[in-house]
Ligand binder design. Structure first.
Ligand code: G6P
Length: 595
């Protein structure tokens, strides 16, 4: 969550910071701020709301030209989104300014010891506690660098920090523990940021700071240390591999529509990367490790968990013992039935704290981890035994669309690879084509969305895989429309949820499988008999009198990948009609790096 950027340039740093913040907005956008350092003086500006609010403020009240600065987008954890809680946070004496991504679990204890020493706090943040801790330790130890080193021993939790010290005005200090931080080197500048996209295209090379590393930027030099080793490290920089054009909006007004459209092409990419001439390109050792496993445990959060649920069904279909879990649950209540489980961890970002916490538990037992991730340089990818990249391309909108499709398609191929079933490769190609056809129904889907936006509640139902798909459809819908929605197994409606159906309550049924068609239709009828407004999205089967979107069945196991495009577009158009920001729904962040 929270995005940080900082840097030293021979030119003005302010624009570099503001540009970077814009590209980090996906990490949080409830407030933002920056601190510039010039001639031994730190100036701070902060605003609640999106980056544009901060930019307007800086236009109205410009800051003096500065070459050194740090900046931050916040996704509130400790303390409400307010100017006082926004970063940068200043230490008690105002000498130290700090931006922070992560959460300090033991901040209350650190705070009490500082209060006992006479420190007073202005904000509710754990970040201000870090600033004061560093100030106090600097007094004791004689240097900020030593104070930072000490912080590694005292702090519990996660942190990526960028720090300015009025007494060492030509430096930006940094430290990293369990949340991403990268250094970037370009012509006339040294930057640091939570994500390399914030650097592009100003930076030619980047270095991924490792956990436990800290140091400072000064002029065009970088000094790097490891907190528990008496060494000075030489960072190995790699060429930057993304360009701003990778995330350019092009003809689109927002990322969500762009990414839904791209989602209809990602299956082709998955097929290119993982199959060739009708055969799988998976590492045979990977496939046999799954095949011979006593159990396969799939773990993810949000949409990645929903993809895990489908993957679990595919693996069960391949006669493997598979289970799917929500990361935040499994991490604290691990369930294992055998001595030798194999884990599949799913994450778009590879930085989701709940997933990384599960990874810690798995790693403690030295169990093998296969990860399906979109960001190949992520913490999850780096710590996995085997990485299967999703190749979805950059996903900017907060809600997951195209990566979910990649995850499901890849899991289907993987499961079929364990059975040496290559016939499905052709089927998947057809699914990609059918997904693209759905895009031509945008106007009709938008009309249907118009009927939903006046409602308070909306229910998605399905049986089997359709129920699992309905869960993703419902998540998507509530995330961006703020309309309450839930998913139910269609047959379970009559055992309770039907009590919620009133005149006009929308109930959307998904059907990807001939065998569940008749039953789903009766469940929809039951809802209709109670006044429900019913809709059908699924295979062209028997007659459907109600409002419907139908398509020709390709394979009951992956027809849901056609339905998901309808569902994503439905949420998208409903949100547009409501006038909300489709890319940045309230309260959410794309990369949730706190538990
Ligand atoms: C956040 C996002 C969701 C996403 C989930 C898991 O909650 O808002 O859209 O599905 O994190 O993210 P991951 O990067 O692990 O797939």
């Amino acid at each position: 969550m929270c995005g940080i950027i900082g840097g030293i340039t021979s030119d003005s740093i302010e624009k570099v910071l503001l540009d970077g913040l814009k590209y980090l907005e996906y990490r949080g956008y409830d407030s933002s701020g920056l601190a510039l350092s010039e001639n031994g003086k730190i100036t701070v500006r902060k605003k609640t709301g999106k980056i544009s609010v901060l930019k307007d403020e800086l236009k109205k009240n410009p800051l003096k030209l500065a070459h050194i600065g740090i900046a931050h987008n916040r996704w509130a954890t400790h303390g409400a989104p307010s100017e006082i809680n926004a970063h940068p946070q200043l230490s008690y004496s105002n000498n130290i300014a700090i931006v922070h991504n992560g959460v300090i679990d033991n901040f209350a204890a650190i705070k009490s010891s500082l209060v006992a020493k006479g420190y007073e706090f202005r904000s509710e943040t754990d970040t201000e506690v870090i600033a004061d801790f560093l100030e106090e330790e600097k007094k004791q130890l004689g240097s900020l660098l030593l104070a930072i080193k000490r912080f590694f021993y005292i702090a519990k939790g996660s942190f990526a920090l960028a720090i300015l010290d009025q007494q060492e005005p030509d430096k930006i200090f940094f430290a990293k523990w369990r949340t991403p931080l990268l250094l970037g080197r370009g012509k006339g500048m040294n930057l640091l940021a939570s994500d390399k996209i914030a650097f592009a295209p100003r930076i030619e090379e980047f270095y991924d700071v490792a956990d436990g590393e800290y140091g400072y930027l000064q002029g065009d030099c970088i000094s790097l240390f490891v907190y528990d080793k008496e060494i000075i490290k030489t960072p190995t920089f790699l060429p930057i591999d993304i360009k701003r054009s990778d995330i350019a909006l092009g003809k689109y007004a927002n990322y969500m529509e762009k990414e839904i459209d791209e989602g209809a092409f990602v299956i082709d990419k998955i097929l290119r990367e993982y199959t060739k001439d009708g055969k799988y390109k998976f590492d045979p050792e990977l496939v046999s490790s799954l095949k011979n496993s006593e159990e396969v445990i799939l773990i993810g959060s949000g949409s990645s968990y929903h993809a895990a649920l489908l993957g679990c069904e595919y693996l069960l279909n391949a006669k493997l013992n598979a289970y799917a879990y929500i990361a935040s649950e499994w991490a604290h209540y691990p369930r294992i039935r055998t001595k030798n489980p194999v884990f599949i961890l799913l994450s778009q970002s590879g930085e989701t704290a709940d997933v990384l916490r599960s990874l810690d538990v798995i790693k403690n037992h030295r169990w093998p981890v296969i990860s399906l991730v979109n960001i190949e340089s992520s913490s999850l990818a780096r710590r996995s035994n085997y990485v299967l990249p999703l190749f979805a391309g950059f996903e900017v909108a907060i809600v997951s669309t195209k990566t979910y499709i990649c995850q499901v398609a890849l899991l289907w191929l993987l499961a079929n690879a364990t059975m040496s079933n290559t016939a499905v490769i052709e089927e998947l190609k057809k699914v990609g084509r059918a997904q693209r056809k759905v895009l031509s129904f945008k106007d009709a889907i938008s009309n249907l969305a118009g009927k939903l936006v006046t409602q308070h509640d909306i229910y998605f139902i399905g049986r089997g895989l359709d129920y699992l798909l309905a869960r993703e459809a419902s998540l998507k819908f509530k995330e961006i429309t703020y309309i309450h929605s839930e998913a139910f197994p269609a047959g379970e409606l009559k055992h309770g949820p039907i009590a919620l159906i009133e005149k006009g309550t929308p109930v959307i049924g998904f059907c990807s499988d001939e065998t569940s068609y008749a039953h789903l239709m009766s469940n929809l009828e039951e809802a209709k008999a109670r006044g429900g407004l019913i809709f059908f999205i699924g295979i062209r089967s028997g007659e459907v009198d109600e409002e419907k979107f139908t398509f020709a069945s390709i394979d009951p196991q992956v027809n849901i990948l056609i339905e998901i495009i309808y569902a994503q577009l439905l949420s998208y158009y409903a949100t547009l009609r409501l006038g909300y920001d489709v890319d940045k729904p309230r309260n959410l962040a794309k990369s949730v790096t706190v538990e």
